[in-house]
Design a protein around this ligand. Sequence first.
Ligand code: PMT
Length: 400
Amino acid sequence: MNGSPRILLGVTGGIAAYKAAELVRALVKEGAEVQVILTPRAEEFVTPLTLATLSGRPVARTEFTPEPSPTIGHIELARWGHALVVAPATANEIARFAHGQADDLLTTVYLAFAGPVVVAPAMNPKMWDHPETRENVERLRARGVAIVDPEEGYMACGDEGAGRLAALQTIAAEALWAARRSTSLLGVKVLVSAGPTHEPLDPVRFLGNRSSGKMGFAIAAAAAARGAEVVLVAGPSRLAPPFGVRTVPVTTAAAMQAALEREAADAKVIVMAAAVADHRPADAAPRKLEHKGESWALELVPTPDILAGLAARRPAGQLIVGFAAETHDALARGRAKRERKGCDLLVVNDVTAEGAGFEADTNVVTLIGRDGAADAWPRMSKRQVAERLLDRIEAERRSR
Ligand code: PMT
């Protein structure tokens, strides 16, 4: 990163808000520029003047300026920051983030911000343990928000348990790491494929598979949050296109191949997370097929191996990552597949394992390198798999 890390610091209305003053000092001391966004309730606990003095910048408090302005406050702020850090984050603010509410400055910045987000909750232990809060926190975590878990201890209210704001050094370290990472792929085109393909039999039926697109969408979103120019070629999926990503919707393997080949020439990184059909019906009937009460045979023909084709024709310096969905002998089959397809890295998932593979929010993967070395990762959210994969991709690019 050239220049100082720029951190948007959201401060929400709980007793721990007074600690935000120390956090601002710690971040500034580490060379960060800090723009504080204070919610109206937080102002009951800490004054804008304190935070403005320590950060050296006026505190942002509302979407509206006293004088009519042509600039749109929350969008300008979202563009300025390298990372959005919310500390302390109340149960209310976490719920509002988790449900996409956008009725004040901080929640609108949260929705408009494409970079990494760090949330440090602080609240009464019973509120922290409440199923609603836990569900909201897990929703955010699944979307790639880094949660700095609160600590155990005596609370200002007299209760004891988990809920106290994490140590300020921990939050500051997480914030600085997130801000520095946010530009690590600036200027790099990353091409990602995701989702299934649908191969039509007739106008109403198709051959498909269970891929939801979650894995590939998570990779695209994480790469965009690092500043990459991301193109996502997506088979049919119910997921909303990730923010800051150019999404190219496709249906069949042939359409996916055409879109990927069109976009591949100037891509520095390609990640093939899509579950591409290996076969398609030889002919798609123009009318609905009628075979009532009879058995019938379906002729299938192979689809092109898109990944192998891209790897065979890759320009110098392009890094290609494949995925492998396996149900048995995952490692041996993954190693053989990486060699056969000619990709640099291959991510194997045993799709029969609990919390892994199709449709799940989590995945359990092993990364196989060019030398066949295998790195097995524990179960984590698909966004965390995406972040760790991008860390490895960046390390591979640096070592070339
Ligand atoms: O989408 P989700 O619900 O989140 O599920 C994630 C996932 C299980 C789909 C994902 O983690 C995954 O494993 N993706 C690859 C699935 C797959 O097709 O595996 P494969 O072993 O059949 O193919 C190996 C590689 O070749 C893949 O990178 C695939 O994109 C590619 N391929 C396959 C066939 C083909 N005709 N062309 C290809 O390019």
